[in-house]
Design a protein around this ligand. Structure first.
Ligand code: SAM
Length: 939
């Protein structure tokens, strides 16, 4: 009003108009004030800012509005023209919140620290209280700090993107690595990418200047396979799709409220499954006889979002942001959590092998040693892929060729200028080699350089077939050394001759060394030392050499085969000094078979996660934001992105939407890490892979096989159920518990899937859990049960796998301790691992409070449509099966998925639960006609 009027307007405007303008300005001013007043009133009932009650506050960095004010809490009644920036908030709170684990219940989520407070909060309104702890009380107000606006701005997508890119330097590697590789847009979400990229050794190797390694990207052969298969064949999963990584430990659990901590441990918990001696209760029919199937009309009438597709789920432009954001925080830390047995996590413990650090004349075997210790597993790939990947990956090839190169460079003779598409070679090699179930290492690509092949196909085919063609015709069988009952399990190895002729001569048995010959790939290096240009292995005559070498490949000649020139040049390797996975050398080149690879892997420490390494930065950051942010759509999208990232170990699994048409929460509480994996707590041993039995089948296991180790093991465990009529003697398709479509045929039986050391393919019918969920489900807020899991728009068939009950794997002692507090808290995510086939008290429990996946949202129903099954994959410890959720009947579209927290119950249990004061024994709201009124047995 007091500003200068523009001269151009002064003589043309009617005075009335000026009055009108003045009036409008006054009104708008008044209105503005009024508007600003509104939130102040609202704030009194629901504080906009989180509680910042952690005493040891670190002074925020310079980006904070005030360096003397650690907490960006605005005075309630003071209007500020400064809008609070998300980045500022983060910067201010980051240090402090990184220190405090968001999920550390002993710190903020009162149940463990302040059980009574939590109890009262959750007991009165259990699910309304499921808010981030910071919202439960207004934080202290600092008068000295600048007052940000109380008009909280939802951060923009760009801000979130920027924010989430502010990662610890250790995390940057995977992001930049992925970003460096435009050819694999999904690289950022690939666990193997993260894993490799976050490994400084591998990264440094990969980044070394070698024309053999065109980029840092993971082998396209793996990535493109999956992608191609998905896009080209629609929903049909690729046979090379990713599977659960070998290191995913077992999970197990139960929901077990602990009534009285003073009671002895054995009586404190009631498992959801009957104990040993009550096997009858595992009879599915008998179990169902105590319930009356009903439709949950309430649930079904709730409309879910029709968006079931990845594209529909996120607005354009957010997909990347969400992926980046969640990945930035979650993927790298988890990728770095691999630790040796019981040792504290040591990151980057492997020596960095770079051209500068590699000795100039390092023997080949030494390089391999580095490699085997460093990159022997690639999360998300099948064991077969891993084996070949290790040998074909850029770092591997580079590492090996560098060693050769270093020797040759010492001789000033090796030219690394090979102009080939290494990815293509890898891809083709995979196809050629993998089919046989055995792998050989092509050490040098120089062969390809000097050969005169018309195409890559011809090149690889020729190398592969040519070298194998004249292998002993008697090759065909070998004994599975790991056969559990000593019974010989044989596997036919198709030689090249078989492939071409279509016949199979599998008579007789062969030595391991002979077997190796069947898959030998010819490798070439120049033999300067010998100065023999016409050396049979020489590059210049490689096509001839191929047949030459092959023609002298008899067991006798090969046993005495001289290690290759690289060894002669500077190494000590010989047949008698084999490295892990290397069965033999031919011409000095290592040969790896599937069996030797798998056995080598068993000798290495298994990969597993430690609970204390659970990443939580993302959650810390979100919990530091105002509740208004957590209620926003952005928070929901971020939550979905976080889920998406974790589902990388379930490739092709449909995305999960978060839906809330009941309250204004944007997403479930940010109190846990979304993960499909197990995180071992204190005192929980790593997976026992040494005693893991695995089959040597090629392709898909045949359930009728008399030799498949996995079929035999499953058959042994089925026997007792057949004997007691739990399953019919005429069960077709036995012994695998899955039918041809991957649906569980019988319930309550322990499942033994093929594992990481089995030779069979990813699409083996005995690999279901490890291939992940196939049906759309969503996490949705319910009216009186908190969040739940709901079916999408299509029916889910009976026997379908839904998910692994993932989380922290704890000793029962620790679970008891936590359970006492959870009971007061009113919510529990504890499950004991207690199946009748285990025959004893539970040794371990799973707690999904701090970490878990969609299954942690499965509510109880007295008429459940799901059940938990014990499933063993990469675990020989009988006490540590995975707890896997399967549907026990067809699930209608939009129906809630649920299971019984109680298993088989009796009146005593119900009465005991009803008499309890603990919040966890709240009333059951499952809504089924046969509802017993309680969730937990109470005994
Ligand atoms: C494993 S959690 C299930 C997910 C939970 N609804 C949430 O929002 O995180 C178990 C808790 O959910 C609630 N719950 C599950 N089933 C329920 C039911 N049928 N009736 C009432 N509350 C239920 C109880 O608070 C229980 O302790």
């Amino acid at each position: 009003m007091h500003s200068q009027r523009p001269a151009s307007q002064s003589c043309h405007i009617h005075p009335l108009y000026r009055h009108l303008v003045t009036l409008i300005r006054v009104l708008s001013h008044l209105l503005q004030i009024k508007l600003y007043d509104v939130p102040h009133t609202g704030e009194q009932s629901r504080p906009e800012y989180p509680s910042m009650d952690v005493p040891d506050i670190s002074i925020p960095p310079a980006t904070a509005p005030s360096s003397s004010s650690p907490i960006p809490v605005p005075p309630r009644v003071q209007r500020s023209t400064t809008k609070l920036s998300l980045t500022e908030l983060i910067n201010q709170t980051r240090e402090r919140h990184i220190k405090a684990r968001f999920i550390d219940l002993t710190d903020e989520v009162s149940p463990l620290r302040d059980g009574n407070a939590a109890s009262s909060a959750f007991a009165s309104k259990p699910h309304e209280s499921m808010q981030p702890p910071s919202t439960k009380a207004a934080g202290p107000v600092s008068a000295s700090q600048p007052a940000p606006s109380n008009e909280i701005r939802t951060p923009s997508i760009q801000e979130i993107r920027d924010l989430m890119r502010q990662r610890p330097s250790s995390n940057k590697l995977s992001t930049s690595s992925a970003a460096d590789n435009p050819s694999t847009s999904s690289a950022a979400t690939d666990p193997s990418t993260s894993s490799v990229a976050s490994n400084p050794s591998s990264s440094s190797i990969a980044s070394a200047t070698s024309p053999l390694v065109p980029s840092r990207s993971p082998p396209r052969s793996f990535m493109s396979n999956s992608t191609t298969s998905t896009t080209q064949s629609g929903s049909k999963p690729s046979s090379r799709r990713k599977s659960r990584a070998m290191g995913v430990a077992s999970l197990e659990m139960y929901i077990s409220p602990i009534k009285d901590a003073s009671q002895p441990a054995s009586s404190k918990k009631k498992t959801w499954t009957p104990r040993s001696g009550k096997r009858m209760s595992y009879n599915a029919d008998k179990f169902r006889s105590i319930i009356t199937p009903t439709a949950d009309a309430t649930v079904r009438s709730q409309s879910l979002s029709p968006s079931e597709g990845r594209e529909l789920r996120r607005p354009a432009g957010f997909a990347d942001t969400g992926t980046d954001a969640a990945l930035a925080v979650l993927s790298s830390p988890s990728a770095q959590t691999r630790v040796p047995f019981g040792a504290p996590p040591v990151r980057h413990e492997e020596p960095e092998a770079t051209p500068s650090t590699l000795p100039s004349a390092i023997p080949l075997t030494e390089v391999q040693k580095l490699e085997s210790g460093k990159l022997h597993t690639h999360e998300g790939f099948s064991p077969r892929e891993n084996a070949v990947h290790d040998m074909f990956r850029p770092e591997g090839i580079q590492g090996v060729t560098e060693s050769i190169g270093s020797l040759d460079l010492r001789e000033d003779s090796w030219s690394p200028n090979v102009d080939i598409d290494i990815d293509q070679v890898r891809q083709l090699s995979l196809e050629n080699v993998c089919e046989d179930g055995v792998q050989a290492i092509p050490v040098s690509t120089e062969l390809m350089e000097h050969e005169e092949f018309e195409s890559m196909e011809e090149l690889v085919g020729n190398v592969s077939a040519g070298s194998v063609a004249e292998a002993p015709a008697s090759l065909g069988k070998y004994r599975e050394s790991n056969e559990e009952d000593g019974d010989a399990d044989t596997r036919a190895i198709r030689t090249s001759a078989e492939r071409t002729s279509g016949t199979s001569d599998v008579s007789g048995e062969i030595s391991e060394q002979e077997e190796c010959l069947a898959v030998l790939m010819e490798l070439e290096v120049s033999d300067r030392e010998a100065g023999d240009a016409e050396h049979p292995n020489s590059i210049s005559s490689s096509r001839t050499a191929s047949s030459h070498v092959s023609s002298r490949q008899t067991p006798e000649t090969l046993r005495s085969a001289e290690p290759l020139n690289v060894v002669r040049s500077g190494g000590a390797a010989s047949i008698g000094q084999l490295e892990d996975g290397v069965e033999s050398y031919l011409g000095g080149y290592p040969i790896v078979t599937w069996k030797s690879y798998a056995n080598a892997q068993r000798r290495l420490p298994p990969k597993y996660n430690l609970a204390k390494d659970l990443p939580h930065e993302l959650q810390d950051r979100v919990n530091a934001l105002p509740q208004s942010y957590r209620n926003s759509d952005q928070a929901r999208l971020l939550f979905e992105a976080m889920i998406d990232e974790a589902m990388d170990d379930e490739l092709n699994t449909p995305p999960i939407s978060v839906i809330n048409d009941v309250t204004d929460e944007g997403a479930p509480p940010w109190e846990f890490v979304y993960t499909n994996q197990m995180w071992n707590g204190e005192g929980v041993p790593p997976p026992d892979i040494k005693n893991l039995k695995s089959c040597g089948c090629v392709g898909r296991c045949d359930p009728k096989s008399k030799t498949c180790s996995c079929a035999k093991r499953q058959r042994r465990h089925l026997k007792q159920y057949i004997e007691d009529d739990t399953i019919p003697k005429t069960w077709n398709g036995a012994p695998f518990v899955y039918d041809g479509k991957g649906c569980l045929q019988f319930f309550g039986l322990p499942i033994f899937e093929c594992n990481a050391f089995c030779g069979c393919d990813e699409d083996c019918p005995n690999r279901v859990v490890q291939r992940g969920r196939r049906y759309v489900v969503n996490i949705k807020k319910t009216k009186n049960k908190g969040w739940g899991v709901f079916n999408g728009q299509k029916k889910i068939p009976k026997g379908s796998f839904i998910g692994v009950y993932a989380g922290e794997l704890l000793t029962v002692g620790e679970a008891d301790r936590r359970g006492t507090l959870y009971n007061k808290f009113g919510r529990t995510y504890l499950f004991d691992i207690d199946f009748h086939h285990m025959g004893s008290e539970a040794v371990y429990s799973v707690d999904a409070y701090h970490a878990g996946n969609l299954t942690r949202f499965l509510n109880h129903s007295c008429d459940p449509n799901c059940e938990i099954q014990a499933c063993y994959i990469n675990e020989a410890n009988f006490n540590k099966p995975l707890l896997t959720v399967f549907t026990v009947r067809e699930v209608e579209p939009l129906e809630e998925l649920s299971f019984s927290y109680m298993g088989q119950i009796d009146d005593d249990m119900v009465n005991h639960a009803k008499a309890s004061n603990d919040a966890v024994y709240a009333e059951c709201h499952c809504g089924s006609a046969n509802c017993l009124g309680v969730l937990f047995s109470g005994l």
